[in-house]
Design a protein around this ligand. Structure first.
Ligand SMILES: [Zn+2]
Length: 416
């Protein structure tokens, strides 16, 4: 296969990324596209239109995952999967996830234009709810697909208004039963996700492509602290059960546990702190915390989770308040498949594009796809490593390089 024949239409892809960004609840440059809201539904229709225009056959599953397939010459063989997500957290940017969906489409169009006939089918996936914004759990679509989340648990997930995932997906027009979402064994031969790095390393080192060797193991805790509210003037200090003071101790314990782990790969963050009643003259009687803990290895990650749990219990005990800890998720890390990494590296060599082997510290749908097939990821640089912000940016040139590498890697995996 002649790599020079793979021509990426950057102008078309840039325009489509711009069009997709317009489906948003917030004004540009901010993008807010939450699962099964109007902007999300419109974005889905827009994508399907593009997939259809490229002659791909489209399928929805009952969770709202969208599949678009370019049949290979031997369509009975397991397909090569690629794709990412298009949901966007509040006030984020236009590149997270989207470059992996529209970029995959551009890669397929570029391959179609070469006239090559690939053996395996290539299937683009738009995953439902990669972001945990609505239901508190990320990667709902890929978890279901890979049997990492039982259908009944997914159905019962609740959003902040109390609506269940089951109700919300039905209202959005997804029919069928969630039990049928898991993919049959051998559905995919391999899966490749292209994504912005969401970190500064590629840009800093001026390397256009990252080949991901492993995805770090994420865990998340939700902590409900229940003490006693009261008048900030009337209740004397010895009589207080102040949950925000306990929360402050816990937040610092979270930071300390990661700092003192002795590992550069340990990170821990308390990203949510909701205080009730939230008035200057009232003692905080209730606090809700959400804590995110990650490491590239399972054991040190779980050690930090245990230390945080212990700190919560100690603080609650000392202050006479109630603490309820819910483990939202605790996923193992995933290693990339050697054959997928090799295909990405070979594509980079053919295109004379420098490539860096790296770990993904953010999790992606590929983390769950790794449970059903060999997985790999292509990272492209983003400006200053910024993501989940309106000023998130990846240049058309950076995206085009990623798409060319993706196209050649897909072609190699699909065979001719
Ligand atoms: Zn993403």
């Amino acid at each position: 296969m002649e790599s020079a024949k793979v021509e990426v239409n950057v102008a078309r892809l840039t325009k489509e990324l711009e069009q997709l960004a317009q489906f948003s609840e917030t004004d540009p440059p901010a993008v807010t596209r939450i699962l099964f809201t109007q902007p999300d539904l419109k974005a889905r229709a827009f994508l399907k239109g593009l997939f259809a225009a490229a002659g791909l056959s489209i399928r929805d599953d009952p969770a709202g995952n969208i599949f678009a397939r370019w049949p290979g010459s031997d369509s009975a063989l397991p397909a090569v999967g690629t794709g990412s997500h298009t949901d966007a957290i509040p006030f984020s940017g236009r590149y997270d996830g989207t470059v992996g969906v529209l970029g995959a489409l551009e890669a397929v169009r570029a391959l179609q234009a070469t006239g090559w006939r690939l053996r395996r089918s290539i299937e683009i996936v738009m995953f439902t709810s990669e972001e945990p914004t609505r239901f508190g759990l990320g990667c709902v679509g890929s978890r279901l697909m890979s049997r990492s989340l039982p259908a009944a648990r997914a159905a019962a997930l609740k959003d902040s208004s109390g609506a269940t995932f089951e109700e919300v997906r039905r209202a959005a027009g997804c029919s069928g039963e969630l039990e049928s979402v898991p993919l049959p064994v051998g559905h995919y031969f391999a899966f490749v996700e292209m994504h912005i790095e969401q970190g500064p390393l590629l840009e800093r080192e001026a390397i256009p492509i990252g080949a991901v060797s492993a995805i770090a193991a994420p865990a998340a805790l939700r902590v409900r602290l229940e003490g006693e509210s009261g008048h900030a003037g009337g209740v004397l200090m010895p009589d207080r059960k102040d949950t925000l003071c306990a929360a402050a101790e816990i937040v610092l314990a979270v930071e300390r546990a990661a700092n003192e782990s002795g590992r550069a790969d340990s990170v821990a963050t308390t990203g949510v702190c909701k205080v009730h009643p939230g008035a200057v003259n009232a003692i905080p009687g209730r606090v809700l915390l959400e804590i995110d803990i990650r490491d590239t290895q399972l054991e040190p990650r779980d050690r930090i989770v245990a230390q945080v749990r212990q700190a919560i219990a100690q603080s609650a005990d000392r202050r006479g308040i109630r603490a309820e800890v819910e483990l939202l998720n605790a996923d193992p890390p995933a290693e990339a498949g050697r054959e997928v990494v090799s295909a990405i590296q070979a594509a980079c060599r053919r295109l004379e594009t420098p490539c860096k082997l790296m770990v993904s510290r953010a999790y992606h749908d590929a983390l769950f796809m790794a449970r059903i097939c060999p997985m790999g990821m292509i990272f492209i640089p983003c400006k200053d490593g910024i993501s989940h912000r309106p000023d998130e940016y990846s240049s058309p040139d950076a995206i085009a390089k990623g798409v060319r590498v993706l196209a050649l890697a897909l072609a190699e995996l699909a065979g001719s």
